[in-house]
Design a protein around this ligand. Sequence first.
Ligand code: GLN
Ligand code: ZN
Length: 745
Amino acid sequence: MTKISSLGYPRLGENREWKKLIESYWAKKISSEELAAGAKKLRLAFLKKQLDAGLDFVPVGDFSLYDHILDLSVQFNIIPKRFADQTIDIDLYFAIARGNKDNVASSMKKWFNTNYHYIVPEWSKQKPKLTNNRLLDLYLEAREVVGDKAKPVITGPITYVALSTGIEDFTAAVKSLLPLYKQIFTELTQAGASYIQVDEPIFVTDEGEKYLEAAKSVYAYFAKEIPQAKLIFQTYFEALIDAQILSQLPVAAFGLDFVHGLEENLEAIQSGVFKDKEIFAGLVDGRNIWASDFTRTSELLKELKANAAEIFIQPSCSLLHVPVTTKNETDLEPVLRHGLAFADEKLREIRLLAERLDGKENSAYDQHLAHFAALQAADFRNVELENLDHVATKRHSDYAKRRELQQERLHLPLLPTTTIGSFPQSQEIRKTRLAWKRGEISDQAYHDFINAEIERWIRIQEDLDLDVLVHGEFERVDMVEFFGQKLAGFTTTKWGWVQSYGSRAVKPPIIYGDVQHIEPITIKETVYAQSLTDRPVKGMLTGPITITNWSFERTDIPRDQLFNQIGLAIKDEIKLLEDAGIAIIQVDEAALREGLPLRKDKQKAYLDDAVHAFHIATSSVKDNTQIHTHMCYSKFDEIIDSIRALDADVISIETSRSHGDIIKSFETAVYPLGIGLGVYDIHSPRVPTKEEVVANIERPLRQLSPKQFWVNPDCGLKTRQEAETIAALKVLVAATKEVRQKLGK
Ligand code: GLN
Ligand code: ZN
């Protein structure tokens, strides 16, 4: 009988019970005992569900009250120095994650190429030691429910250290943790654990190359010290960086991703290096929400089976990255709904695949095949789209010429000032939107309210004396969801939440069909705003790559086709804005950098495709229409060439958090187009001083001409309060005027 496994289960709960539990503790509505009891209840329910799904290996220890990397840091005593003299308890744990009145939080980073954020471990010469028996306790608790099917899960030492900051000597840091891992593994095996899943995803990244020697010695140490522990060397999100070497590690089994690292991992398997090894095969996509293609997967399974000692079937990664269940999504069209698989449905798929492999006839399997086929054949997936051959992918004239024509039209001063798009979404806005959604107020009343807000903010911006105004994005909850709601090919779910960081969850739209522009998206608000003022109002759109990266995307067509489809739709919206007289249009690509593939050899194709789709969206405009773009919170230095290739007339980039990097990029490479390097951090309610802002304008002016420089905040101002926003923008304008004056002399 083929056994089935999983790597981790969503924490949020079907109705986001987990989020509510944790937030009630933060709001002091429940005690720490109630928090612990509530968490236990959820954990047990999740275990039971996975047991009932037929799993032979049920993950334990993946559950967390915030983040699994933070769990390890606290367990290992890698507590940031500024928190060091406090008692280690749940409040300290949350304080490291969220900050408290005395100390700032640890920073968070994206977990590989997902939208999940982990808390970065901060090393500062602490002595690693075990501060608790967390994993053992969870294992013992789980045994009560699932017996010896419990499979402990832990992030491995090399990945843990690789994701840390403050490491002086990598080898020494890893070494200092080994006795701790040894103790944890020993306790677990003594308590009855056989397999232990050790996550080492760093070995699918280019960086993993550096740690191959470390892997050899670390896993040799475990094999020698705790031979009774059966370790699964688990990777995901890509193929192993070096299967020849890694397959020789003395571990009991390897967990490999055959969805996102299919080609290379399959090649490795076929080469025979895993011939005598047990393989936990990731065959069902743990990161996307589509039902599996059983025909392909079954063939792949046979291939794997022939090349390994034993195959266990599992998702490609932890199910943390998908919502819980499709069963409550009753508003979706049945063809679509049956073509989806969230966490619970994925567990079911795994079971069906295993049963079929064992030769068991099961009508559910055949029904799945039928559902899958129906989705592929659906007419919304096979629309006749505009022929790309007739779409411009290059602006009419070069930048110098465009600049001249745009300036003739816009008459902007030196160092034009602007914002990134959104203004504070007040309590009142949220309340009114909710009332409208519930049908308590009419469409007309809601739109009047939005218009009043737009008008109020146009006046505020005029009073501030900003040069390029925005309408404020009051009608949008989210910059991607908003477009998803108005483009064909997208849908939104009711309960499709996934954890982004801490208790924060996002509900990505689903791109299920061919994307098309079917109605004006932003015209009404933008045109209304422009009608109120003589200053230019900037149209505000989200770009094709950001829309894709922040959605659950369809995978039945090549990704570049999807980018292009969305690019075409954005082109249509831009045309409407242009025809309505809007002279400046911003196409945000905030998530361009985060979609960068983990491996260098795949990055170029992604970036080329991204630039191409941006060109499709933006190249058809007149020379005197000014295209802006915006990016934030990423490392830009590696993609600076692509940023330039976008050929946007102006880019605004967040700068405060990555100041050094950005400025460095511009020292080594000439940036020829318009650029605004954010002059203040929008994450803090603190109002910057004029001196700071002046300095932040003048510093880049050492590399960049004042003729190309714009002055703007780092990002949208949606999360800020009104008073502080106005105060900060006042400073921004005053500082700009001061620098202009100095330049005039
Ligand atoms: N235009 C968007 C805003 O201002 C951009 C947000 C973002 O970059 N994340 O809110
Ligand atoms: Zn931004």
